[in-house]
Design a protein around this ligand. Sequence first.
Ligand SMILES: C[S@@+](CC[C@H](N)C(=O)[O-])C[C@H]1O[C@@H](n2cnc3c(N)ncnc32)[C@H](O)[C@@H]1O
Length: 201
Amino acid sequence: MSDIAADASSSRTHADVRNTTLFLKRWLANPLQMGSVIPSSPALCSRIAALVRRAEDEVVVELGAGTGVISRALLAAGVPPKNLVVVEIVRDMADHLRTALPGVNVIQGDAFELPRALPRELHGKVGTVICGIPLVLLPLEQQKRFVDAVEAVAPGKGFLLYTYCITSPLPYRKLGLTAKREAWTPLNLPPASVWRYQPQR
Ligand SMILES: C[S@@+](CC[C@H](N)C(=O)[O-])C[C@H]1O[C@@H](n2cnc3c(N)ncnc32)[C@H](O)[C@@H]1O
């Protein structure tokens, strides 16, 4: 292994450990808000990245970016940093994301207040919304609030949601959505699916 490769792999390992430690700390502080003990696996991140749809002038909005593992997969899949917006409610994590993701628009804010959190000029300019927030644990009216918040900034687009549930984590008909499971991977702890929800026409 060259020195450069060795450096790259050792710093990646260091970053992975830091990511997992930060994640675990937040999980201990607020397990319901985190929804998972460890960050998403590379296999899940690349499946999510492959499902992104975006015109050249549109942004991808990732809600609940955590330590940024999915954000990095989106960048690796070709989303330019200036076209990626990540929203994270926990200040420590948002600070970490600002350092870890140069050029990316990191917003420390609440995804349920997306119309206020997302800059006005990006409303209607969103290609794909990706949600990492554990919506399955929330009551229907909160889920509806989330759906409405996304619809306000990305009309008709819906969102991708990754989940450990075997069936749809959302009661999509009650929420006025269509649902399609577009990916599944056993290479995540636990195995995970990616669902695409869109408003019913
Ligand atoms: C399951 S973790 C996903 C983290 C990362 N995307 C991954 O795949 O490893 C959920 C993340 O959503 C964040 N979160 C929870 N509620 C939120 C909200 N209302 N608005 C923004 N972020 C939120 C949590 O702080 C946490 O970082």
